[in-house]
Design a protein around this ligand. Structure first.
Ligand code: ADP
Length: 697
């Protein structure tokens, strides 16, 4: 760590930083030119992938100290490629190395910016190796700005992370830096505990150059404490290791340090030898700044041993050093030593001249420093302003990103909803289409069936009509020969009777009955066929009169059988065909009398009325009808008894059914064997309805 106020008394301290950086870059990177060559070769065969980013970064790291421009170029190339590839870790390392190179160049503001970006990515992707390096860099930059307390906090954070992840590079480098921090604050013992952490790792990995470096630091801490003995011992151990690995530069630094130690120990000869060796090696390796350090030390040794001429000779030798160094504090120290040497020689004139020159330079250096400070302040202000602007921009960016994210989510849901609605719409449309086509199909089928039914009905009507016509023609035509048979049978019966042919009379009786039966069948059938004619004329008809007429036509039967015909209430007047109503009531009344074994048959006629229909009933106290036959009695030619027992053709009830049905009504019966039968039928009140329903039959 570099602390201004101590650097004049301990001249090597000003090398801390520079050496620290060399340490950071060279000893830790451990990259020689052979490795650079092999990395460059590897790069040739690599396509634009993540490995190429890694190699570019490693190369940038390798060039950082020796060729900053090349190093920057490589890191920028790596950055560009990692951005194209979306390779976050590669990007973070590129930023880190850009930051390192900027530090080497002395561009701390720029270095801090790059390192900040490296840290942001490192923390986001949790790249510990990178984080350790980036924290180290951050602390290093803060330390450089004089923010030592913040720096040490970050160093400790980095060391904790390095120890937790067993990152030997991190433990080594950061321990060394923390050691430097404590040493600069005068906590030498504490500093050494950190140096020893680094030593432990260097020993374990047999990294001799590193060990040499750490021993040198321990030696230095003892020297600062005034423990010259320990200091000498560690410097010598450090020197031994540097010689082993032939690290000339470190060797030169140690010789230079040893010269100072010997000087303090009043061992002037040894100091002189060491200082000369340092001078020689720095010249050999071409390290001009090192040469300046060794020069001041050498001059001090000469002055201490009162050899001003040698001091002047050594001091003048660096007058030809690069212009860039001529304002450096070390060069000014050389000039101060020259003044002291001329004073020792009592050449006060020259001493005064150099002193004047020195002050002019110092003033200009001070002016330059003030100018630099002002510029730095301005730069700092600018960068802070930019930082604030950036922070605002970043916040705005984040806000916008959140809005975009929100909008994206919303869009996604909208698209989802739209898709769902479309799917639903499609499903509904399909279902509707299917239903419509089904309906159409159904409608077509219904129409087809209706048409079929109509045709069938038509055909049925036609065939019914043909059948009725045939039955009518047949029964009508049959009556003529039958009438002849009946007439001639009667004639024949008279002749047989006259002849006294007993057996012949029996035969004639049978023929008579059969012809009578046949006549009844033909009449019944004829009546039935006539009922098929639906164009029967209706007219208002008083049913009471109809029943009266029937009674008049069968008076002898009524008397003979002692029949009572009873009307519960007067019957209504309805719109109907008189002949058919007559036939209907007559059939039912005659059946009630015929199928009746009581002494005095009773026929009760009743009517019930509702909004649309009349329900008539004809009740007898006859033999009744078994349950099993209550429906079949309405069929044509259906008879339950034989004709010997009860005379009949089996057509009466079928005719009744046809009449009622033709008028749109229904007929049925209720009966109990031995007790009697009630025939019930309905007749619609409205003739329109009656007519319509009748046409359906
Ligand atoms: P039929 O000319 O034989 O009387 P119907 O068609 O009038 O023919 O009657 C059919 C059959 O129904 C009859 O043979 C008879 O057995 C039965 N029947 C009809 N009316 C009655 C009734 N009032 N009581 C009992 N049985 C009846």
């Amino acid at each position: 760590m570099y602390i201004e106020k101590t650097h004049l008394t301990l001249p090597f301290r000003k090398y801390y930083f520079l050496i620290g950086l060399i340490f950071y870059l060279l000893f830790t990177a451990n990259l020689g030119s052979a490795q650079i060559d092999s990395l460059e070769k590897r790069l040739l065969g690599l396509p634009e992938n993540e490995e190429r980013v890694d190699v570019l970064n490693q190369l940038s790291y390798a060039f950082a100290y020796n060729d900053t421009e090349q190093s920057l170029k490589l890191a920028n190339e790596a950055l560009e490629l990692s951005e194209t590839l979306g390779y976050e870790k590669g990007k973070a390392y590129s930023y880190h190395y850009l930051s390192a190179v900027q530090t080497i160049k002395g561009e701390f503001e720029s270095s801090k910016k790059y390192n900040k970006m490296a840290l942001e990515i490192g923390e986001r992707i949790k790249a510990n190796d990178l984080l350790i390096r980036a924290y180290n860099m951050k602390a290093y930059n803060w330390d450089k700005e004089g923010k030592v307390d913040e720096a040490i906090k970050i160093f400790i954070k980095a060391l904790d992370l390095a120890e937790a992840t067993n990152n030997t590079w991190g433990i080594r480098v950061i321990s060394t830096n923390i050691g430097d921090y404590h040493a600069s604050n005068g906590n030498f013992e504490k500093a050494r505990t950190y140096y020893r952490k680094s030593i432990a790792i260097a020993e374990a990995h047999q990294q001799l150059n590193l060990l040499s470096w750490n021993y040198r630091q321990i030696a230095e801490s003892y020297f600062k404490e005034g423990n010259l003995q320990e200091a000498k011992e560690y410097f010598n151990q450090s020197l031994e290791l540097a010689e082993k690995v032939d690290d000339k530069r470190t060797m030169a630094f140690i010789k230079h340090n040893l010269a100072l130690v010997h000087l303090d120990a009043n061992e002037r000869t040894k100091a002189d030898i060491a200082a000369n060796a340092a001078l020689r090696i720095f010249k050999e390796v071409g390290d001009q700044e090192g040469l300046l350090f060794a020069t001041t030390t050498s001059m001090k040794v000469c002055l201490a041993s009162k050899r001003p001429d040698k001091a002047i000779r050594i001091g003048k030798a660096v007058e030809y050093i690069s212009e860039g160094f001529k304002t450096s504090p070390t060069y000014l120290e050389v000039q101060e030593n020259l003044v002291a040497a001329y004073e020792q020689k009592q050449d006060y004139k020259t001493a005064h001249l150099i002193h004047k020159k020195l002050h002019a330079v110092k003033d200009s250096v001070d002016y330059q420093n003030r100018l630099n400070d002002a510029m730095k302040l301005e730069e700092k202000y600018d960068s802070e302003k930019k930082e604030t602007e950036n922070a605002l921009l970043r916040a705005e960016q984040q806000k916008q990103a959140a809005t975009i994210h929100h909008q994206r989510l919303l869009n996604f849901f909208l698209v989802l909803v739209a898709i769902l609605v479309s799917v639903l719409g499609y499903v509904i449309y399909r279902a509707y289409e299917e239903k419509t086509s089904n309906n159409q199909l159904l409608e077509e089928k219904v129409n087809e069936r209706t048409n079929e039914l109509l045709t069938t009905n038509q055909k049925l009507l036609q065939s019914n009509e043909e059948l009725a016509r045939f039955a009518y023609v047949a029964s009508h035509d049959l009556r003529e020969p039958l009438r002849n048979i009946m007439n001639f049978t009667q004639l024949l019966q008279g002749e047989v009777q006259k002849a006294g042919l007993k057996e012949g009379l029996v035969y004639m009786n049978i023929i008579n009955k059969s012809t009578h039966q046949m006549n009844q069948l033909i009449l019944g059938t004829l009546e039935f066929t006539q009922l098929s004619n639906k164009n029967a004329q209706n007219e208002p008809l008083d049913l009471n009169k109809t029943v009266d007429n029937i009674q008049s036509s069968i008076t002898s039967l009524l008397t003979k059988r002692k029949v009572t015909i009873d009307l519960s209430k007067p019957l209504p007047t309805i719109e109907a065909n008189p002949a058919r109503m007559y036939s209907l009531f007559k059939n039912l009344i005659e059946n009630g009398i015929k199928y009746n074994q009581s002494e005095a048959p009773t026929i009760k006629i009743d009517v019930q009325e509702n909004a649309d229909f009349y329900t008539f009933s004809v009740k007898d106290n006859g033999i009744g009808i078994e349950k099993a036959y209550q429906d079949t009695v309405f069929e044509m030619y259906k008879r339950l008894q034989n004709k010997e027992q009860y005379d009949g053709a089996g057509l009466g009830l079928s005719n009744c059914k046809k009449i009622v049905n033709n008028m749109g009504g229904e007929i049925w019966l209720e009966s109990e064997v031995g007790k009697g039968t009630t025939f019930l039928f309905t007749i619609a009140k409205s003739p329109k309805r009656m007519k319509r329903e009748a046409t359906l039959n």
